[in-house]
Design a protein around this ligand. Structure first.
Ligand code: NAI
Length: 357
């Protein structure tokens, strides 16, 4: 964030976002849940999935592309499996509801695989796997996102930034949470470089010929992490959260920024494992705490201050922000305290051109 910042305590931030989302048309309980989720993202320093998204969500809600009174239905399809039909509700609410069924199922049967069918954008996957870990479960979450990444060796965007999140409980206060997009960088970072007229590293993206570019204005596709390996992972995510649920796949996945009057039909999948069905739970958690300690004891390489476990830097950010306030860009704060619902900035005919008009 380079612009002026305003520091808000988490309750204040949550309340401002909830009010805005309700004003856009979301019912109170849904607006509250989305605001909780976005506050969590900002608290953990993942600002790309926090307050910055409120106006986009408000515009989609106001334009009818989010079902505000969804007919949720959980279809239990086997002893440990189910599909949560989300009726294109806002994704944060749908995914959390679906997770609730999964957690109960994994507690009872040792494992649960739950799909979320036809939902809107569901935000930061850490939020869900964190909840699962708080229930002493090991969790994996994957979801689809709009096609922005070229397949390895290709020229045209085909898969989304398709994230993967994993969590495991420990004997410490907080779980291990690994959560990443399968592209080297998010599209937001390209836009940021564009706006500042800055070059980008040649490992982030390609131009329309599929050649690596350092010119943010020439970007026509994001690169998968680690070449064919990231490409394979994003395909795996798409199969698990799209085709497995009978949903649109690959380049047929809807765009975040085109036609905000329609639901997105996105998919998400949770795989939840109850460790106590495989080993002794306390010992499992103790082993993971020992693992963290041993990683901390690992001598730092030149240029590093220490070894961190996945999610640890977010934990540190969260503690900082809980005490000194959550940083919010002044322009976003001004929007949150204004009467405006949205400024009609996010609806595009060319989905890949910009995220904001
Ligand atoms: P990132 O690159 O910031 O972090 C990836 C992982 O690496 C995290 O688990 C982080 O804890 C770990 N990490 C980072 N630095 C570390 C260090 N020094 N030592 C040890 N571990 C370290 O994450 P990324 O790829 O930018 O994703 C951000 C968020 O965007 C995620 O929460 C993801 O769920 C979300 N996302 C959501 C999408 C959606 O459509 N719902 C699409 C794409 C991403």
């Amino acid at each position: 964030m380079s612009e002026e910042l305003v520091y808000l305590n988490k309750e204040e931030l949550q309340s401002l976002m909830q009010t805005k989302l309700e004003k856009a048309g979301l019912k109170e309980s849904h607006a509250k849940e989305v605001a909780n989720h976005l506050t969590y993202a900002d608290l953990r320093g993942v600002h790309s999935h926090g307050t910055v998204r409120v106006e986009y969500y408000a515009e989609r809600i106001a334009k009818g592309g989010t079902t505000i009174d969804p007919a949720f239905r959980f279809e239990k399809t086997g002893p440990s499996t189910g599909v949560f039909h989300a009726d294109n509700a806002i994704g944060h609410v749908a995914a959390k509801e679906a997770l609730g069924y999964g957690i109960e199922m994994a507690k009872e049967t040792g494992v649960a695989i739950v799909g979320v069918s036809k939902m809107g954008h569901s935000g930061m996957l850490s939020y869900y796997v964190d909840l699962a870990a708080q229930n002493d479960l090991v969790a994996l979450a994957v979801c689809q996102s709009d096609p922005m990444a070229v397949p390895f060796g290709g020229t045209k965007p085909y898969f989304g930034t398709n994230p993967i999140a994993f969590s495991a409980p420990t004997n410490d206060a907080r779980p291990i949470i690994f959560d990443m997009a399968t592209t080297v960088q998010a599209w937001g970072k390209i836009l940021d470089a564009r706006s500042k007229n800055m070059p980008i590293p040649n490992t982030w993206a390609v131009d329309e010929n599929g050649e690596a570019t350092t010119d943010a204005n020439k970007v026509n596709g994001l690169l998968p992490i680690s070449g064919p390996k990231g490409y394979g992972l994003m395909m795996m995510v798409d199969i698990l959260s799209g085709s497995l649920l009978g949903l649109p796949f690959g380049q047929h996945v809807s765009s975040m920024y085109s036609d905000l009057s329609k639901g997105r039909d996105l998919g998400q999948l949770f795989i939840l494992i109850n460790p106590s069905y495989f080993t002794e739970l306390d010992q499992f958690k103790q082993n993971l705490s020992q693992m963290i300690q041993e990683l901390h004891d690992n001598k730092a390489a030149p240029g590093f201050d220490q070894v961190y476990y996945p999610g640890e830097l977010s934990e540190i950010r969260q503690q900082e922000h809980e005490t000194s306030g959550v940083p919010v860009a002044k322009s976003i704060y001004d929007y949150l305290v204004s009467d405006a619902v949205h400024f009609d900035r996010y609806d595009h005919s060319d989905a890949f051109a910009e995220t904001e008009k």
